[in-house]
Design a protein. Structure first.
Length: 168
């Protein structure tokens, strides 16, 4: 596939065994009001969210993930988002075996109003940076908020709306 094409298909959103964000809804201002499902990442505790994904149509150019999010209440500060990939390689990767997730991260500043979306991107180069995830394979893509990073200084929850991945 060509650069910029979506190649990451989300099969399922999964909560890890512990330290996961609360599932909430954000109510819109229209009549009738929209109800957007979000995952609310705490400002004081590192929380994780897993996506079971299939890499489909990938040509080897690296990946770029977009993490659309909004602030629950804050209008200043930044949030440090991280994304990591665990490849589930045929007859090699055992889900029962511990995995160290190596996160690529970005600090994104809060929008000027609570509820406004921001679209930060996190890139991976082809190969070890993305756990050598190959076309046609399933992987667990883990997202977290790195609250211990100096760039994560926004008070209040960061609301992750979704995740998407395209070929870089």
């Amino acid at each position: 596939m060509a650069s910029g094409n979506p190649v990451v298909q989300i099969l399922e959103v999964m909560l890890p065994g512990s330290t996961f964000p609360e599932l909430k809804t954000r109510t819109g201002g229209s009549t009738p009001a929209e109800r957007v499902i979000i995952h609310s990442f705490d400002a004081a505790t590192a929380e994780y969210l897993d996506f079971k994904c299939l890499l489909l149509g990938y040509g080897g150019g690296g990946l770029t993930f977009t993490c659309p999010w909004s602030a629950a209440s804050a209008i200043t500060g930044g949030v440090r988002w991280g994304v990591a990939i665990r490849r589930m390689q045929d007859d090699i990767e055992d889900i029962d075996t511990a995995q160290t997730y190596d996160f690529n991260e970005v600090t994104d500043t809060t929008a000027s109003a609570s509820g406004e979306l921001s679209y930060p991107t996190i890139t991976f180069t082809d190969g070890a940076d993305m756990d050598s995830w190959a076309n046609g394979e399933i992987a667990i893509v883990r997202v977290y908020r790195n609250v211990s990073h100096a760039g994560d200084d926004m008070s209040g929850d960061g609301e992750l709306w979704d995740l998407s991945g395209k070929e870089t």
